[in-house]
Design a protein around this ligand. Structure first.
Ligand SMILES: NC(=O)c1ccc[n+]([C@@H]2O[C@H](COP(=O)([O-])OP(=O)(O)OC[C@H]3O[C@@H](n4cnc5c(N)ncnc54)[C@H](OP(=O)(O)O)[C@@H]3O)[C@@H](O)[C@H]2O)c1
Length: 234
């Protein structure tokens, strides 16, 4: 039976590249794309391979934590068990300490950390005896210092921590959790963090998508629990 995969942050960047890559994976039957921008999700769906998977667009603001249980329950009703959860959505508003507002902290941690945790909780709550793979996107910013990006960097460190904790907590249940920490990748988020940088000189989203697709593969059974750093010299 084909697997159902949910991709957050699927309206652009790494999430879009991953959705397009997974649309060519014959083990995936349903691809559920989540982000706020309906236009972005349309463009991603249009770029996906046709004929192999069914692509479903689900516009949703992950800042609304209370709505996530119903979101996940709805996916289960329509498409059955969720076999793959790719927590790719991310928010960055780089600010130095004295310019970091409470709202910046709340939004950053809500999208990057709390939504990931609540989604994971609900997917695990609904699991029906089938193995589940979860990939959480952290960042190299979560493991080495980034002066001027304190909220974002701290949120990514939290992603590394929560992934390791849940990987051990859920060991033996059929849930495999991977963390990947990409380095600089040519997306809109990176443009915000480093506006002067030429995007042609850094890693492209396809390279990260290829690693995610490898981890999601049914044969991959050894790398879960790890924080995998993904970098490319151009
Ligand atoms: N680019 C890099 O250099 C880099 C390096 C390391 C890690 N990362 C991580 O990689 C992940 C993907 O980022 P990206 O580089 O591909 O950036 P991006 O192109 O800006 O994409 C970010 C995605 O997150 C979604 N998102 C943001 N806020 C959301 C919300 N409230 N609700 C639902 N979706 C939301 C956006 O969709 P909508 O705006 O349509 O909602 C978009 O699809 C992030 O977790 C980022 O931290 C990126």
């Amino acid at each position: 039976m084909g697997r159902t995969a949910v991709v957050t942050g699927a309206s652009q960047g790494i999430g879009r590249a991953t959705a397009v890559r997974l649309s060519r994976d014959p083990s995936i039957a349903n691809l559920v794309l989540v982000a706020r921008s309906a236009d972005g999700l349309d463009a991603t769906a249009a770029a996906c391979a046709t004929g192999i998977v069914a692509v479903h667009q689900l516009p949703y603001d992950l800042g609304d934590l209370d709505g996530i249980p119903a979101l996940v329950a709805g996916i289960h009703e329509r498409h059955g068990s969720i076999d793959v959860l790719l927590n790719i959505a991310g928010y960055a508003e780089p600010r130095s300490l004295l310019d970091t507002s409470a709202q910046n902290l709340v939004t950053t941690f809500t999208v990057n950390v709390f939504a990931m945790l609540v989604l994971t909780r609900e997917v695990v709550r609904h699991m029906q005896g089938r193995p589940i793979k979860i990939v959480n996107i952290a960042s190299t910013a979560g493991i080495t210092s980034r002066p001027g990006w304190v909220a974002y960097a701290a949120s990514k460190a939290a992603v590394v921590s929560l992934s390791q904790t849940l990987s051990e907590e859920l060991a033996g249940t059929g849930v495999r959790i991977y963390t990947i920490s990409p380095g600089r990748t040519a997306t809109e988020l990176r443009r915000k963090l480093a506006p002067e940088e030429d995007p042609n000189t850094i890693m492209q989203p396809d390279a990260v998508a290829d690693v995610i697709a490898m981890l999601v593969g049914e044969g991959e059974r050894t790398l879960d629990g790890q924080n995998i750093i993904v970098r490319q010299q151009i």
